[in-house]
Design a protein around this ligand. Sequence first.
Ligand SMILES: Nc1nc2c(ncn2[C@@H]2O[C@H](COP(=O)(O)OP(=O)(O)OP(=O)(O)O)[C@@H](O)[C@H]2O)c(=O)[nH]1
Ligand SMILES: [Mg+2]
Ligand SMILES: [Zn+2]
Length: 290
Amino acid sequence: MDGIVIKKISNSFDVYLSTGEVVNAKPRGLLKAKGIFVGDKVHILCQSNEFTIESVYTRKNLLIRPPLANLEQLVIVISGVPNPDFYIVDKLILFCYVYDITPVLVVNKQDVYEDVNEYVKKVYQPIMDVVFISAKTKQNIDKLKSILKNKLSALAGQSAVGKSAIINCLFKNMNVKEGELSKKISRGKNTTRHCEIFVNNEFLIADTAGFTALDETLLPIPYYELPLYYKDYLPYMSKCRYSDCKHISESADDCAVKSAVESGELDKQRYLRYKEIYKVLEQKWVRTHG
Ligand SMILES: Nc1nc2c(ncn2[C@@H]2O[C@H](COP(=O)(O)OP(=O)(O)OP(=O)(O)O)[C@@H](O)[C@H]2O)c(=O)[nH]1
Ligand SMILES: [Mg+2]
Ligand SMILES: [Zn+2]
């Protein structure tokens, strides 16, 4: 039978079977525990009530930090308070594109703050699914559920945006401590190694603190390819004078992105964040190739 690894403790794995059961399994002799990750799809054999992982199916992707295989969706959570850090949001979106993960933006705490909605609608709705929710009043939770259905997803976002509260909305009887969980984890020794998947018959959600600290130097994007990762810039790019325009040092006469930023058609702040990410990636390129 087949299943998904949802938890790993040294040589022992919890596997969620296609029947809905969770069993504990050990890897077959030659199969090294080191080579099996949370999120892996595995083939299991059962003999006299002992479960053995026989093989690991080919992965869609494998993340190192957090150590997680086959992630399909990343739910990036923001809220009115704490003040959203859109630089983190933009980096997480790039990270998703690199690893073939679908990014989804969730704007939580709609019961108290709606101030960022307009900005999010203008800047992010054109490039991704955006859901405005309240974990407290359950506003639009059904919409979020339909996006998460039958997929392996993870939540990412700054502390206190409501990630634990959202997990509590999705999984009855879970009761993850809100405002406490990450403190507990961050006191542990291997914070970045912690990764576990919560499951029920509808969704699989990876619980990990590993995404918030995403460092742009970890993005394996050559700086000169960055323009191709900006879906919102691509329609303009075809009107830039040079087909390989980077929208950086070109003049606004030659660059349709720059002139759209000047006219207010494209958001100035997102463009400044783009320039910052470009600069960091270029410096990294010079360090490693120069
Ligand atoms: N008013 C309101 N408060 C919320 C909502 N969602 C979460 N909160 C509150 O916001 C605070 C932080 O929520 P958490 O779920 O702990 O945030 P988190 O993202 O898990 O934070 P870390 O674990 O530190 O990363 C808690 O006091 C929650 O009760 C919401 O939709 N509306
Ligand atoms: Mg939390
Ligand atoms: Zn340009």
